[in-house]
Ligand binder design. Structure first.
Ligand code: CAA
Ligand code: NAD
Length: 290
């Protein structure tokens, strides 16, 4: 495959995982963050995750060290100019993403493939902002990237067929099963998942059941690995709200996209979920407590 050097932009919840699986798969990876503290935190997460995989004998220490050796961090966007593929995983804000793509379009070599990990925004709008719509796809990974096996590969009307094939090949190379989806709100998974999360919140707002009881119900009644509230904590309440707000603005008459008040209140209080130590649950590190 033509992809050898991969740039990842954003080293948060998703970006660190994408950078890690790409480095584990043998790609040279450079990950860009906006500030040093966030970069250090993200690379620290990679170190911790690799150590966990070694501890569980899913990876040898030598392979973990080699993956670390292929991964570097930077604050300079210019260091990504010669990448064959750039996977963007910055915060879910369309204006900020479009500004970034406009910069990338000016900066990167002509062959670079641009891929957004967005949960909800139109890939075509980012492609247009980059000035290279034919080289733009969605590469939507799932959280936690190290463990979840799916990647949605999203094509727009403008995406070049060769670019789509390369993006699918990259997904397979990092150990995921790719599915191809059109550029519609939420693609496949989030179009089904996010309205379910919002409907769970409305159920609790009405007083029909408690947060832990809804989670227990969906785990034991449907065999889901996590209930909707623990999953929202896992995804991030800010990210979930941004997704719903974006869709609600676009489809104001569709009741399933209305952001629930309980979600807006928690985000306003800074309760973003596992990453801030509290969301619908309180968290002690990686584990939910009462
Ligand atoms: N790196 C390395 N190891 C990790 C890890 C990581 N990032 N995350 C967890 N592990 C380890 C755990 O520490 C654990 O190790 P121990 O057994 O030593 O404690 C092991 O992997 C298994 O973890 P769990 O015990 O938590 O096992 P589990 O069977 O519950 O699996 C899970 C965890 C895969 C996350 C599972 O709970 C699950 O599938 N949950 C649902 C996740 C989901 O739906 N994700 C999609 C979210 S939506 C999205 O991503 C799209 C969007 O745009 C919003
Ligand atoms: P996050 O808040 O954990 O991480 C975002 C990171 O981007 C932060 O560390 C921030 O400092 C950094 N950042 C912001 N602007 C930047 C810039 N211009 N350059 C470099 N870094 C920048 O968010 P996340 O949960 O990792 O989400 C990232 C993207 O992935 C979003 O588009 C989100 O919708 C999508 N996504 C999230 C999940 C999830 O479960 N959280 C799952 C799939 C996809």
């Amino acid at each position: 495959m033509a992809i050898k050097k991969v740039g990842v932009i954003g080293c948060g919840l998703m970006g660190h995982g994408i950078a890690q699986v790409a480095a584990q798969a043998g790609f040279t990876v450079v990950v860009r963050e906006a500030e040093q503290g966030a970069l250090d935190k993200g690379l620290g997460r990679v170190t911790k995750s690799l150590a966990k995989l070694v501890e569980k004998e899913k990876l040898t220490q030598a392979d973990a060290d080699a993956a670390k050796g292929r991964l570097s961090g930077t604050l300079e966007l210019g260091d990504l100019a010669d990448c064959d593929l750039i996977v963007e995983a910055i915060i879910e804000d369309l204006d900020i993403k479009k500004t970034l793509y406009a910069e990338l379009g000016k900066l990167c070599k002509a062959e670079t493939i641009f891929a957004s990990n967005t949960s909800s925004f139109p890939i075509r709008e980012m492609g247009a902002a980059s000035g290279r719509p034919e080289r733009m796809v969605g590469l939507h990974f799932f959280n936690p990237v190290q463990l979840m096996k799916l990647v949605e590969v999203v094509r727009t009307d403008a995406t070049d067929a060769g670019v789509l094939a390369e993006a699918r090949g990259f997904g397979e190379a990092v150990g995921k099963v790719p599915i191809t989806a059109n550029d519609t709100p939420g693609f496949v998974v989030n179009r089904l998942l996010v309205p379910y999360m919002a409907e769970s919140m409305r159920l609790v707002e009405r007083g029909d059941a408690s947060v832990p009881d809804v989670d227990t119900a969906m785990k034991l009644g449907c065999g889901y690995p996590m209930g909707p509230f623990i999953l929202t904590d896992y995804v991030g309440l800010d990210t979930t709200l941004s997704i719903l707000e974006g869709w609600h603005a676009e489809y104001p008459n569709d009741p399933i996209f209305v952001p629930p008040q309980i979600l807006k209140d928690k985000v306003a209080e800074g309760k973003m979920g596992r990453k801030t130590g509290e969301g619908f649950y309180k968290w002690d590190g990686d584990k939910p407590v009462a």
